[in-house]
Design a protein around this ligand. Sequence first.
Ligand SMILES: [Cu+2]
Length: 125
Amino acid sequence: MKKPVGRLFLTGSLALALSFGAVQSAFAHAHPKHETPAPNATIDISTKEVAIDFDEGLEPSFSSIIVTGADGKPVNDGKSAVAQNDDKHMTAALQPLSAGTYTVAWIAVAKDGHRTQGHYTFTVK
Ligand SMILES: [Cu+2]
């Protein structure tokens, strides 16, 4: 009598796994695919921009990149922007940098309204 129960359980688990997968893709959050400079990278002072490519399109009004120096002050040159021709690409222009460690804090609001955020550092030498 155990076999029918086992098969029923398996079928139920499969259905659950499939519906979970469907929910995940229907409500995809935006996560970084590629960052420039890369996390933990050491770069030179000629760097003028931070750029992040996401795996989902972003809502420009609610998404942002803020870069701060070791003193906690922003070094952005104006507001960050989502590219008009590529809503997965967000950039932040930078003031001239000096040597030190910088933190990139990003907020990404996907087209479904879901918000993700994160941060990483890079070093200028
Ligand atoms: Cu989402």
